[in-house]
Each structure stands twice: as C-alpha cells, then as structure tokens.
Design a protein around this ligand. Structure first.
Ligand SMILES: Nc1ncnc2c1ncn2[C@@H]1O[C@H](COP(=O)(O)OP(=O)(O)O)[C@@H](O)[C@H]1O
Ligand SMILES: [Mg+2]
Length: 230
C-alpha cells in the first residue's frame, strides 16, 4: 500500500465558524493505480489531494505513507518525502515565467542538487516522452495551454516519483488538448507504472480511469459499482 487514510477529517477555521472540508475519509492507494477523484466544486478534492500528497495535515484521523504513520509529520520531513517520492500537477500549471520550458522542468533536479550532464539527460528524456523537445527554449508565455500543462507534467515526472497527484489538470484546457494530456498520462502510467491520483469533473477522464472515487460534501460516496469501474 502506497498511501492510506483512515477517518481523515479536515476542518478549516473561517472567521468565527469553521468549514468541514473532509468529514471522515478512509481510502487506500496501491502502487500502479490510476485513480480519479470525482466530485462537485467544494466537495473536498483539493483538500484530499493536499493531505495525500503531504502538503497539508489532517485535523483528525490517520495518514500512512508506505505503512509509516505521517499523520503528524514535520514540515522538513514532509518536504523530503515530497521531493524524493511525489510529483504534483496543479490546475494553474504554476510555471515560473522567466524560465524556459526546460528550466522549469529541471527545477526538482536543481532542488535535489543534480547537476550538468545528468540533469540534461533526464530532462531530454522526459521532454521527449511528453513531446516538448521542439519548444524547450520557449518561456511559458510562448507556449500553448497544452504545452504549458505538458511542462507541468514533465516537471512532476522528472524526479521519477512513485506517485503523481494532479488537481483538475485539464480544467484550463480545451477538450482536445485535455484529452491528449490524459492519454499521455495514461501511457506513462502503463509504461512506467507510476501511480496517478487525479481530481476532475471531466467525464472523459473518469471513463479512462481504472478506479473512481466519488467525493460528495467531504465524504466518499459509494455508487452501485462500489468505487471501481473498468
Ligand atoms: N484555506 C481554506 N480556508 C477555509 N475554507 C477552505 C479552505 N480551502 C478550502 N476550503 C473550503 O473547504 C471546502 C472544500 O474545498 P476544496 O477541497 O477546495 O474542494 P474542491 O477542490 O472539491 O473544490 C470548500 O467548502 C472550501 O470553500
Ligand atoms: Mg479543487
């Protein structure tokens, strides 16, 4: 088991009140899975991904990463695990405007202290895999939406993470581009065995997933097909 959550709650303080974003989520993610989290806006998808990706702590409940209890993990240790094991693809891409596509992609390797020829080799490989070789010296504002998202994917993949989280990765893309992005990710899942967890409300992505988790109002809702479609 790569990641497991038991009875996870996340409460955000909001002025004098609070928002119950997750109300007791129990879930297991196995290695090699391609899982999609589906739910309306405000159902807790981003909150759930942030907790599974060690970007945030649960208010209540337990979180395990490879069997190790990380429910109360310290920032420094969480950062280390994220750097070595986890990739993130954000809805808004989060690219650095003054850097080229290649430089953006290489950021995780720079943070790991990987230099020179080895860094170049790894970025060449990943740019080839996602089809960015021709535009590697372009800055983000010289790239199309689909190319920017591919830069974000390449950056998430370059460190060869065990698991990649993607928060509505096609939300800002046109239909055709979004579809290509998902096909690309699916291929990487099948070829490299990288575990992917997506959030979306895009029906086509849902269809491609091996496993679907419905999130409604901070809870997992099991439909007639349990939580799996194939
Ligand atoms: N930092 C925050 N402070 C207060 N409330 C938040 C915060 N982040 C999210 N929320 C609330 O938590 C709930 C779940 O949000 P979120 O996880 O972003 O859902 P989704 O990604 O499915 O749209 C929503 O009601 C949202 O308004
Ligand atoms: Mg969200």
């Amino acid at each position: 088991m790569l990641i497991s959550l038991k009875g996870v709650k996340r409460v955000y303080p909001l002025g004098k009140t609070e928002v119950k974003a997750l109300r007791g989520v129990t879930i297991e993610i196995k290695e090699g899975e391609f899982t999609v989290i589906v739910g309306p806006s405000g159902s807790g998808k981003t909150t759930l991904l942030n907790i599974m990706g060690l970007l945030d702590l649960a208010t209540e409940g337990e979180v395990f990463f490879e069997g190790k209890d990380v429910s109360l993990i310290k920032d420094r240790e969480a950062t280390r695990i994220r750097r070595e094991r986890i990739g993130f693809i954000f809805q808004t891409f989060n690219l650095i405007p003054v850097l080229t596509a290649m430089e953006n992609i290489e950021i995780p390797l720079v943070l790991k202290g990987i230099k020179g020829a080895r860094r170049g080799k790894l970025s060449d490989e990943v740019m080839e895999a996602v089809g960015l070789t021709d535009v590697m010296f372009h800055k983000p504002d010289e790239l199309s939406g689909g190319e920017r998202q591919r830069v974000a994917i390449a950056r998430a993949l370059i460190g060869n993470p065990d698991i990649v989280f993607a928060d509505e990765p096609t939300a800002n893309l046109d239909t055709e581009t979004g579809f290509q992005i998902i096909e690309l990710v699916k291929r990487l899942n099948e070829e490299k065995g990288t575990t992917f967890v997506f959030s979306t409300h895009d029906a086509r992505i849902v269809k491609l997933a091996k496993r679907r988790i419905n999130l409604v109002d901070g809870r997992i809702e099991y439909d007639s097909l349990k939580d799996s479609i194939s």
